[in-house]
Design a binder for this molecule. Sequence first.
Ligand code: ZN
Length: 204
Amino acid sequence: MALPRRHPYKIKMNFEITLPDWAISELEKLPTHIPKLEDRMREVIRFSRLNIEHETGGPFAAGVFEKESGRVVVIGVNRVVPANCSSAHAEIVTLSLAQKILGTWDLGGPDMPEYQFIVNGQPCAMCFGSIPWSGVRDVIVACSGEDVETLTGFDEGPVHPEWVAELEKRGISVTEGVLREEASSVFRDYASSGALVYNGRSGD
Ligand SMILES: [Zn+2]
């Protein structure tokens, strides 16, 4: 798509990512607290499936919870294609919304409960980088990056080979493989639906 000779910058120089309406009503229906880890992951996976069923983004979802109490802060979903925004991965959307909801750029700030970040697939290179910046102290992953790449064809990018150790060095604990099979089935269904796999430069 070609730009006009000069874009009228005065008209709109902001960007926003919003959750789809269905996600907002699902969030309103959730209990305020989800005590068990598997149940938190199950909700994140359910959102990833709903995101493809509603055709509102890719098969990815993420959630921020208070680790001890299970209080739900937010569950967000991938919005890359509908928002025309390559960085609108579920992780970036969710961490950004959690920070907005909690009124802080640092989810690991003083006098705050420990925040847990739950994702249905291993964070890509960009999202891996976003985790230490976010302040979360605990990361829970369902599928591995290899699972995601094999099942869907999405390219995870140059993730650090020691990504878990790198996060743990920074005081962030990582647990992998939680409800991996349930998460895999969403990726499998996404791939077999023939839906768009939108790697940069459309996979060139
Ligand atoms: Zn990502």
